[in-house]
Design a protein around this ligand. Structure first.
Ligand SMILES: CC(C)(COP(=O)(O)OP(=O)(O)OC[C@H]1O[C@@H](n2cnc3c(N)ncnc32)[C@H](O)[C@@H]1OP(=O)(O)O)[C@@H](O)C(=O)NCCC(=O)NCCS
Length: 180
């Protein structure tokens, strides 16, 4: 007896990114490299990181992160080139997760963001059975918005004065991807 629903996929539909790129789970040993990534000016501008993040803060986060969440890093030629993950909610929001990602300032535009998003979406759809992925993105972050729309995220609304960034309050877009 066979049916389509019981047939395992032969391989995940993940975009590979540049040659030599490895996507793997973030580990405790990534503390220093992740700290350096978070302290890059471009990375900080697109995220909610504060300047001068310490290795201790990063290691504490790595040690205490929710075990039902997924945290990935992108490694290019042995160097950490990006990170991404989702935080799986609980209770009546257990069908949903909040997503975030960032790529090293020197490696943007090479397809690494696409490869990380592909791995996250594959895990969310095919392994975590998540129905809703959500995120916020600054309204002027065109590459990120383009990336999210490419993966089926839709614009849901604007958060006015969402966060303080480089001396000014910046608006953010709420985006969601729903697969019921
Ligand atoms: C947003 C970010 C993750 C994208 O990662 P990336 O590795 O550069 O993305 P990719 O190379 O895979 O490109 C993604 C898409 O953005 C597009 N893009 C790049 N620059 C763009 C721009 N200025 N305007 C519009 N689209 C742009 C690319 O063409 C590509 O789309 P395509 O495949 O249709 O051509 C990366 O720029 C980043 O980390 N920025 C700093 C941190 C950040 O903003 N994180 C997001 C928080 S919400």
């Amino acid at each position: 007896m066979s049916s389509d629903t019981n047939t395992p996929p032969s391989r995940p539909d993940c975009k590979a990114g540049p040659q030599g790129l490895l996507i793997r789970a973030a580990g405790l040993n990534d503390g220093e490299a992740l700290t350096a990534l978070c302290n890059l000016p471009g990375f900080r501008a697109g995220t909610l990181r504060l300047p001068f993040q310490t290795v201790e803060q990063t290691k504490k986060w790595l040690e205490n992160k929710n075990t039902d969440s997924l945290n990935l890093v992108a490694v290019l030629d042995g160097e950490l080139a990006g990170s991404a993950g989702f935080n799986h909610y609980t209770g009546r929001r257990s069908h949903a997760a909040g997503l975030g990602l960032g790529v090293h300032d020197d490696h943007c535009g090479k397809g690494i963001g696409t490869a990380l998003m592909s791995a996250l979406v594959d895990a969310a759809d095919n392994w975590y059975a998540l129905k809703r992925l959500e995120l916020t993105v600054f309204t002027d972050n065109a590459p990120a918005i383009r990336l999210y729309e490419k993966f089926g995220f839709e614009r849901e609304g604007i958060w006015r004065a969402f966060a303080f960034r480089a001396g000014h309050y910046a608006d953010a877009l709420s985006m969601g991807r729903v697969r019921l």
